[in-house]
Design a protein around this ligand. Structure first.
Ligand code: COA
Length: 151
């Protein structure tokens, strides 16, 4: 499945996520849970980028807040696919009634930070030494964007 391949590229590069274990298509299938919006961008029939949401908290008061991530296939980066995926995800999130998208981005992840700032995300602050990746403590920037229509 294309989403698994693209996600695994990001895992391998060690710039996008603390995850280090490649995912199987079956594991990605579980993301299609009917609750959390997931969008893909296709080019000539092939998926080149995706953006997805996942649970932020089990607390009912936070039901309208979702975590998100965005990935573009290595060969397709820098041509707007990630931006397109995020725009589609924001629309899907609005339709799903969500009022906020949040994420954490490695401070070194320039492309991701630039993309998110260009789409109106705010950088809230930095979690210092939030977790270890390959044994090394890493800092992450907290980002968020309100979805005005659902406030
Ligand atoms: C982050 C990512 C999704 C961006 O997707 P993309 O399709 O390459 O991004 P776009 O082409 O839409 O570009 C978005 C902005 O980022 C900038 N950008 C893209 N690649 C860049 C790079 N390598 N260096 C600097 N800026 C870059 C673009 O210039 C663009 O800004 P602009 O509109 O002002 O020109 C992609 O680089 C990726 O998949 N990275 C690995 C996974 C990852 O880090 N995901 C984020 C974790 S939440």
């Amino acid at each position: 499945m294309a989403i698994a391949r693209i996600y695994n590229e990001g895992i391998e590069e060690r710039i996008a996520t603390f995850e280090t274990r490649p995912r199987t298509p079956g594991e990605i299938q579980a993301w299609f849970d009917g609750t959390h919006p997931l969008v893909v961008v296709e080019e000539e029939g092939a998926v080149i980028s995706f953006a997805n949401t996942s649970s932020y908290s089990t607390r009912r008061c936070y039901s309208g807040v979702a975590e998100f991530s965005v990935y573009a296939a290595r060969e397709a980066r820098g041509r707007g696919a990630g931006t397109l995926a995020m725009k589609a995800l924001m629309e899907a999130a609005e339709e799903a009634g969500l009022w906020k998208l949040v994420s954490r981005v490695f401070v070194e992840n320039g492309p991701s930070r630039k993309l998110l700032l260009s789409l109106g995300f705010r950088e809230i602050g930095i979690h210092e030494k939030h977790a270890r990746l390959d044994g090394i403590w890493r800092d992450v920037v907290i980002v968020e964007r309100l979805i005005e229509a659902n406030l």
